[in-house]
Design a protein around this ligand. Structure first.
Ligand code: SF4
Ligand code: SF4
Length: 330
């Protein structure tokens, strides 16, 4: 079985949400999918989407047991797209455009908030999609065997012929990247709706094209390829240079979206002088990307310094991504 993978360089992601818009316009802008973001970009540290998605106690336990957590509530934890008073504005001269009901939460609600006190405040962007895991908790949790992992590329798909809307997949996915679509209800069959998720743009993959989120990425932050292809950027970054790491490896699902962790600017002391301490706490990065994050940062730093001195660095050339087409090997 082959496995397709994506590497996202967090030092190049600028939080522009072009990937989010590319995905939404392609797949989720109607028919009960309006609240869904198969791809979204969160500001970290932050609560994310759905709210506090990391705290659902889902995925695989250390004892190898599957943990089927709680369901995030719609709309409370997701936020729904809200409507504006367009008609009032059109009809009344002095009316001001505003939401019809004051919203309390929504995707990207805490954008660019981050943590820390100025001048030591910090944040970074974390694009998220289904990880097309090698040990998918969603698949293991489905009593209808409606979720499958394709042999040819490891893409994880929901079979809508079989899904009966039980939602164990949503409960079990620790990344909360499966969504419920109530508009796919079939009352006569007792089906309350069905679940839907990122399909890694498989119709594009089958034509040798990268997923829309990667192709449209303004920051040239996303590399796509097969993990067994030694010539792909993905192989080189994950297995060669070992600078691309899975998100929350402790969830146990063996994700196939990997992240080049953010390098951190220095902290300032009270006199405003930079000190030898990272602004993003290393324990926070270890929680997100595992214990290897320090080694990955050191490798990135070393190669960056080499490049700055005018020496050759294959790693930096890959990450700079001079030619977009070289980022994708499909
Ligand atoms: Fe399943 Fe969640 Fe892994 Fe995607 S991220 S394959 S939905 S467990
Ligand atoms: Fe980041 Fe690229 Fe998405 Fe922009 S399009 S938010 S740079 S991953």
């Amino acid at each position: 079985m082959r496995q397709i993978a994506m590497v996202i360089d967090l030092n190049k992601c600028l939080g522009c949400q072009t990937c989010t818009a590319a995905c939404k316009t392609q797949w989720t802008n109607r028919n009960g999918r309006e609240y869904m973001y198969w791809n979204n970009v969160e500001t970290m540290p932050g609560k994310g989407y759905p709210k506090n998605w990391m705290d659902y106690n889902a995925g695989w336990g250390k004892d190898g047991q599957l943990k089927i957590g709680e369901l995030p509530q719609i709309p409370e934890e997701y936020g729904i797209p809200w409507e504006y008073n367009y008609e009032k504005v059109a009809e009344e001269k002095d009316a001001i455009l505003k939401p019809e009901k004051e919203p309390e939460w929504g995707p990207n609600w805490d954008e660019d908030v981050g943590e820390g006190e100025y001048p030591n405040s910090y944040y970074f962007y974390l694009p998220r999609l289904c990880n097309h895991c090698s040990k998918p908790a969603c698949l293991a949790a489905c009593p209808m065997k409606a979720i499958r992992k394709r042999e040819e590329d490891g893409i994880v798909l929901v079979d809508l012929q079989k899904c009966r809307g039980i939602r164990n997949c949503i409960r079990a996915c620790p990344y909360k990247k499966v969504y419920f679509n109530p508009k796919r209800a079939r009352q006569e069959e007792g089906i309350p709706g069905q679940t839907e998720k990122c399909i890694f743009c498989y119709p594009r993959i089958e034509k040798g094209l990268p997923p829309a989120c990667a192709k449209q990425c303004v920051g040239r932050a996303r590399h796509v390829g097969f993990l067994d292809d030694k010539g792909s950027h993905v192989y080189k970054l994950v297995k060669g240079w070992k600078v691309a790491l899975p998100l929350r490896p402790d969830f146990g699902t063996k994700p196939n979206v990997f992240y080049v962790p953010p390098l951190s600017p220095s902290k300032f002391n009270e006199k405003g002088e930079p000190i030898n301490e990272q602004r993003i706490p290393i324990d926070y990065l270890k929680k997100l990307f595992g214990q290897e994050v320090e080694n990955a940062q050191k490798m990135l730093q070393t190669e960056m310094e080499k490049k700055a001195k005018g020496e050759k660095s294959e790693l930096m050339d890959i990450l700079i991504a001079y030619r977009q087409k070289e980022m994708f090997k499909l």
